[in-house]
Write a protein that binds this ligand. Structure first.
Ligand code: SF4
Length: 394
């Protein structure tokens, strides 16, 4: 097989990611590349690369000739590219709301999850994607954190989650946005997350407006700054945990490395660079971070942020979703009256909050609940087994 030729920019990024591919698996996953990267990697004209990427994302058969793509270029694509498929293990629809959770296998014995989130406007959906299988950051209120990090998802595996949801939509329905809030810390897999966003927002690929893509983090400052520089249209979400340092440290071990001060400095850089207000997510845990002093500290942080960044954070209050049986779970949900009191303390200090509904809790699809377990069904399948134009697993 011909070796990849890399020239610059997009192809260099591709080379970096391809370097981690095993010798057993040397093919290029076509749904994980932008037209620019494909053109540079295969030395084909950009216009042809656009046609190929468009055909891949619109699931056209690459086994037959494509209009306006020379045969020599298409032969090169066929020789060096594949369109791998995820294997859908289970799809569960919530009985409580229109949320839907999809459980995928990577074909190597690992499982991960994706959630289809209905938006207010009928027929529009957001896709909550995973960026890692498991997570090393071990936030105490998150089921994924209990798994430890198993591996980073590849670019195509992130993109494929969105493609899959799109395939299941009916007439007139569409994917409006993507939120990186599934399994994993996206900033810890940022090379691939950035590349996936480039693909998702490319007009030839998924054509999702970058302003409708949000990357949610527990707070890795370097990643936040890089996201601002490289993808200035993409929104930032922050999981706060608590604005009281001791409480935050007890809930989020990452606080030992990066304090909330450092995270917010990076978030201010993001806001100033992009002009976008971040979303702050605060999951209330009864008796842990839902007291008046926590509300006051959070409000003070929000006011300080507004002063320094020039934009107001959108503070979302989330109810805790059990990650264990109620008896075994170390946390419990904040009663409604306490939640209202928390929000009132913030309101009195001039900070208005939003109550965010996190749906699908009956199928463990709500925030914090994603915890696909390692598969017991072997692991011998080749995830790239699917030849061009024959996407098998649906
Ligand atoms: Fe990892 Fe996010 Fe869960 Fe924390 S909340 S353990 S960063 S997946």
């Amino acid at each position: 097989m011909r070796r990849w030729r890399y020239k610059s920019g997009a192809a260099a990024r591709l080379r970096y990611m391809q370097a981690e591919r095993t010798a057993k698996d040397p093919m290029l996953a076509l749904q994980g590349v932008t037209p620019v990267a494909l053109a540079e990697a295969l030395s084909i004209p950009l216009a042809e690369a656009r046609k190929v990427v468009s055909a891949v994302h619109r699931e056209k058969d690459l086994a037959v000739p494509l209009r306006e793509v020379r045969r020599a270029s298409l032969d090169r694509v066929r020789a060096e590219g594949v369109v791998p498929a995820l294997q859908l293990i289970r799809e569960e629809s919530s009985q409580l709301d229109p949320f839907r959770k999809l459980l995928f296998s990577d074909g190597r014995g690992e499982l991960f999850e994706t959630v289809r989130i209905p938006l207010e406007r009928a027929g529009r959906f957001s896709v909550c994607v995973s960026s890692q299988i498991g997570c090393a950051l071990a936030c105490a209120f998150c089921a994924t954190g209990r798994l430890g990090l198993r591996r980073n998802l590849e670019v195509w595996e992130i993109v494929e989650q969105v493609r899959w949801v799109r395939r299941g939509l009916g007439e007139g329905e569409r994917v409006h946005g993507v939120v990186f809030q599934g399994m994993g810390e996206p900033m810890a897999n940022l090379d691939r997350v950035i590349e996936a966003i480039r693909v998702l927002s490319d007009p030839s690929a998924q054509a999702i407006d970058a302003r409708c893509i949000t990357v949610c983090t527990s707070g890795l400052p370097t990643g936040i700054r890089r996201l601002a520089r490289e993808l200035p249209k993409v929104r930032l979400g922050l999981s706060v945990g608590s604005a009281v340092p001791q409480a935050r440290r007890s809930l989020m071990p990452i606080d030992d490395t990066f304090s909330l001060d450092e995270v917010l400095d990076a978030a201010i850089f993001h806001a100033q660079t992009t002009g976008l207000a971040p979303m702050w997510a605060m999951t209330l845990l009864h008796g842990v971070n839902d007291g008046d002093e926590h509300a006051a500290a959070l409000a003070d942080r929000a006011l300080d942020f507004t002063r320094r960044a020039g934009v107001r954070p959108r503070v979302s209050i989330l109810a805790y979703n059990h990650i264990d049986s109620e008896e075994a779970d170390p946390f419990s949900r904040t009663p409604r009256a306490r939640e209202e009191a928390f929000r009132e303390v913030m309101r009195q200090r001039g900070v208005f909050t939003h109550k965010r509904y996190s749906g699908g809790s009956d199928v463990a699809a709500a925030c914090g609940q994603l915890a696909a377990r390692p598969s017991t069904h072997g692991g011998t399948e080749n995830p790239h087994a699917c030849a061009l134009g024959f996407e098998g697993t649906r």
